[in-house]
Design a protein around this ligand. Structure first.
Ligand SMILES: Nc1ncnc2c1ncn2[C@@H]1O[C@H](COP(=O)(O)OP(=O)(O)OP(=O)(O)O)[C@@H](O)[C@H]1O
Length: 445
């Protein structure tokens, strides 16, 4: 009955149909003597169900969030390859223009989203009510046979990764001067605060990274792909197809154990901050003698009060040293191994936008994507070490790592062992499925 618990008490009438739709599914195939007895009632019930589903679509249409497939075919010139903006793990994205002139990005999810059309519609309607300057607007959706499509506002500039990590186009990285990068950090933080705390329904993004930050014509950042955790609630397969963790943004507790909370997003945000300061991709960091990951390198420099040494050379002439040091400090607080001690987004926004008097020192960063050990204190007070984590709870991770260090200790560099990472994630998936609580319950932390 979990699905019921997170339905908003007030909402579009279509949401209130859900309980009876579920019940009707149970009753749709009566068998045996009892089946014959109730058949007439069930047939009538099925007719009512079809009627309700039609009503549901009509209601959704009235909210003008539903697009006809034909309208999207016209907008994208029949999903022509010329209009293709790219293809992510969920499917291709096409640029299009609606009849009313609006430019859109149409994302085709194929068959990969939730099983039922109704669940998809419910989620899409909820997501299209998400409105914030720093979050890409979802105009609406479309269902067509097995295919499901999401229609977003089109954001003019490239995604942040293309500019920040562009090797060929050094000028692009130069254009992204310190002021712009600082504004991107604050904008993304505000968008995330909204998603976590202020949206009508709390949303964990699950995939905060430079390629999911789009920049508009005024360099204002907009968080893209924000609905995926709701559209794929218990399915980590998308994550594992991209070899979880090697993308460098996943919090260790999520990559290894499937524990998803707002704190996993905050970890990813911390990685993004360090990438913006250094101009380096966490997942492509060349290990050095003193640090095997970008985060560890940043942490060591911070400890030695040499933060400016990590600065992207493209920022030399524009950086404000005080701000850089503050931002690096925040990035390191966000990427601490222990999810409990990472600051909430609300606090991050305050720290970044006002000069704080004093900040706590960050403990060692967690290492996304690498195998790490959990030291769990048993009831006897004895310390046991586990690397599988299958029976270790999130609170163990949290409480055991308070002491500044070895609770979540990297035993491998982030990029060194892809197969280990994948294996661990699939075991995390199993844990996640057998206990489908983490997503829905953790999002209220
Ligand atoms: N609203 C949008 N406006 C403009 N371009 C967009 C929009 N949404 C996506 N894109 C572009 O479409 C491409 C594919 O995006 P998508 O989000 O599917 O994949 P991704 O972020 O690259 O990968 P992943 O699925 O792994 O997150 C990207 O190049 C992105 O810049």
């Amino acid at each position: 009955m979990l699905w019921f618990s997170w339905l908003p008490p007030f909402g579009p009438p279509l949401l209130r149909f859900i309980p009876c739709l579920r019940l009707s599914r149970l009753m749709s195939k009566p068998k045996g003597f009892f089946g014959k007895l109730i058949k007439p009632f069930v047939s009538r019930h099925n007719r009512e169900l079809r009627k309700e589903e039609e009503d549901l679509e009509a209601i959704a249409a009235k909210e003008t969030k539903v697009f006809s497939y034909e309208a999207l075919v016209t907008a994208t010139r029949n999903f022509s390859s010329k209009h293709k903006l790219g293809e992510g793990g969920f499917g291709p994205v096409y640029k299009g223009q609606l009849e009313d002139g609006r430019l859109v990005a149409v994302k085709s999810l194929g068959r990969w989203s939730l099983q039922g059309g109704n669940e998809f519609i419910n989620e899409a309607v909820l997501l299209s009510r998400v409105q914030h300057k720093n979050v890409v607007t979802l105009y609406g959706y479309c269902t067509h046979a097995e295919d499901k499509l999401l229609v977003y506002e089109y954001v003019h500039n490239e995604s942040l990764d293309k500019i920040l990590f562009s090797r060929e186009d050094k000028e692009a990285a130069m254009m992204l001067d310190w002021k712009k990068r600082y504004d991107v950090m604050i904008g993304v933080a505000r968008g995330m605060q909204y998603l976590h705390e202020d949206a009508h329904t709390p949303i964990i993004h699950r995939d905060i990274k430079a390629s999911n930050i789009l920049l508009d014509e005024r360099w204002c950042p907009k968080i893209a792909d924000f609905g995926m955790a709701r559209l794929f609630p218990e399915n980590l397969s998308h994550v594992s197809t991209r070899v979880a963790g090697t993308n460098g943004y996943m919090a260790p507790e999520y990559a290894m154990h499937g524990y998803l909370s707002t704190k996993a997003d905050i970890f990813s945000f911390g990685v993004l901050i360090i990438e913006l300061i250094t101009g380096q991709k966490n997942s492509a960091f060349a290990a050095r003698s003193d640090a095997s990951t970008l985060l560890e390198w940043a942490w060591r420099l911070h400890k030695k009060k040499q933060t400016m040494e990590m600065l992207d050379p493209a920022l030399r002439s524009t950086a404000d040293a005080e701000q850089v040091i503050l931002c690096a400090h925040v990035g390191l607080l966000c990427t601490q191994a222990d999810p409990k001690v990472r600051p909430e987004m609300r606090r991050v926004v305050v720290i970044l936008s006002k000069k704080p008097s004093a900040l706590e020192e960050p403990i060692r960063p967690g290492v996304p994507g690498s195998r790490y050990r959990i030291r769990a204190l048993g009831s006897t007070g004895k310390t046991s070490t586990s690397s599988s984590g299958a029976s270790t709870s999130a609170s163990n991770i949290a409480s055991s790592s308070n002491g500044n260090n070895n609770a979540a200790t990297a035993s491998l560099p982030a990029t060194s062992n892809i197969s280990t990472t994948t294996t661990n994630v699939s075991s995390a998936t199993a844990i996640h499925r057998s206990k489908p609580l983490p997503y829905k319950h953790y999002h209220t932390t």
